[in-house]
Ligand binder design. Structure first.
Ligand code: AP5
Length: 217
């Protein structure tokens, strides 16, 4: 089963993709995480992507489609995957369709996590992440047990550079212009399922798993 998770920045795509991957044993494919790994390791791709990400712009399709295609060559994606943050443009969606068709597969469902902008601003300004293990916290609703310290590995938490107010505003604008058209793309294909993302994480997870049930049966 191949699942696309759509939604604005801060909707909870990463939070839910990790939970869904654990519940379904599908591979978790997150282009944002892949870019951040490359930035941390100082690769050429990381160097190219960093400026776009910090300003809240999309990394160009050519680079993004290339890393996604490389990821699809890895064996853990053969029986399915949860795509978190990909596709983000119509050309990316078309490339994904073509790549899966070449493997006699298809996108089975696109889950749209719906969250209003006011809540997104609250979530992103209060998000803390662990640069070491990738754990994500939320200072209002899911704070770490010890202030500024990761619950999993004890390393200091940090705020993402693209969670600065100007970058958040730009990411929302970019979402409206370049990514929101994917809602109509998947709706037209009969694959879109909207989910109310303004509930607590457990309730959102239950709704997402409920939406996947008929598809995975
Ligand atoms: P990416 O990392 O994908 O960022 P994003 O889509 O902007 O999404 P976020 O990670 O900010 O939010 P999320 O929806 O995953 O929410 P989260 O679960 O963390 O991409 C970063 C950048 O990389 C892009 O801007 C772009 O530059 C580049 N990029 C990546 N993919 C690309 C592509 N395909 N094409 C081109 N460029 C690409 O939750 C947010 C906060 O809310 C957390 O604190 C969390 O704890 C909290 N939270 C989650 N759920 C709830 C809930 N139900 N209630 C309350 N709080 C909640």
């Amino acid at each position: 089963m191949y699942v696309v998770i759509l939604g604005p920045p801060g909707a909870g795509k990463g939070t839910q993709a990790v939970r869904l991957a654990a519940a379904t044993s599908l591979a978790h494919v997150a282009t944002g995480d892949m870019f951040r790994d490359n930035i941390r390791s100082g690769t050429e791709l990381g160097r190219l992507a960093e400026g776009y990400i910090t300003q809240g712009e999309l990394v160009p399709d050519r680079l993004t489609i290339d890393i996604l295609m490389d990821r699809l060559e890895e064996p853990d994606t053969v029986s399915g995957a949860i795509f978190d943050g990909f596709p983000r443009t119509i050309p990316q969606a078309q490339s994904l369709d073509e790549a899966l068709q070449d493997r006699n597969r298809q996108v089975d469902v696109a889950l749209l996590i719906d969250v209003a902008e006011a809540e997104i601003l609250r979530r992103l300004s209060g998000r803390w992440t662990c640069p070491n293990c990738g754990a994500v916290f939320q200072e209002r609703t899911d704070p770490p047990k010890r202030d500024g310290e990761c619950d999993n590995c004890g390393k200091p938490l940090a705020q993402r550079p693209d969670d600065a107010p100007a970058a958040i505003r730009n990411r929302l604008q970019v979402y409206r212009e370049q990514t929101a058209p994917l809602v109509a793309y998947y709706e037209k294909a009969g694959l879109l399922i909207p989910i109310d993302g303004e509930r607590p994480p457990d309730a959102v997870q239950t709704a997402l798993l409920g939406a996947l049930e008929p598809i995975s049966a």
